[in-house]
Design a protein. Sequence first.
Length: 185
Amino acid sequence: MRNNFGDKSQCTQRVGVATFSIVVAVSLSGCYQQPAPVAPAPQAGASQEEAHDHGAHGPHEGEIVELGGGEYHAEVVHDHDAQMITVYLFDEFLERPASVATESITINLTVDGKPSQFNLPAVPESGDAAGRSARFELKDAALCEALDAKGVDARLSVMIQGQAFTGTLDHAGHDHEHDHDGHAH
């Protein structure tokens, strides 16, 4: 009996072309989806903070500090009237509290070449699991004054799951020419 497909190599070639045609047709007939938007590349000379901008203030109207290149965030609330510094830890998107198993966090300062260190103890909130906290605070007039000093170098340090995270506070850059009555930042 004679084969209508010619010799074996022609048959194999025709099957290959048919298979390829079916794959292309199925691929092209799928639902068209817009490609995911790509974040614009940072402009030349833009700092990491500008490239990963979260706005000027956090949920408690405090200063945002990136920790670990943005893996975590801290919000530093400076209440002048109460002479209280409160730090809230958040996830990478500043959407959820990042409750951590540590007793305190540290703010290291250098003012006029003189270093000082302040430990802010954990102040767990009702939603924090036992031994964990996303909130830390300290009432200390010297810390509040030092954070406002011209040329202060301030860094926040915290241990999260055995790893040290540090971020720079830019509080001295805050506009202090306004009235602080009733204002926490």
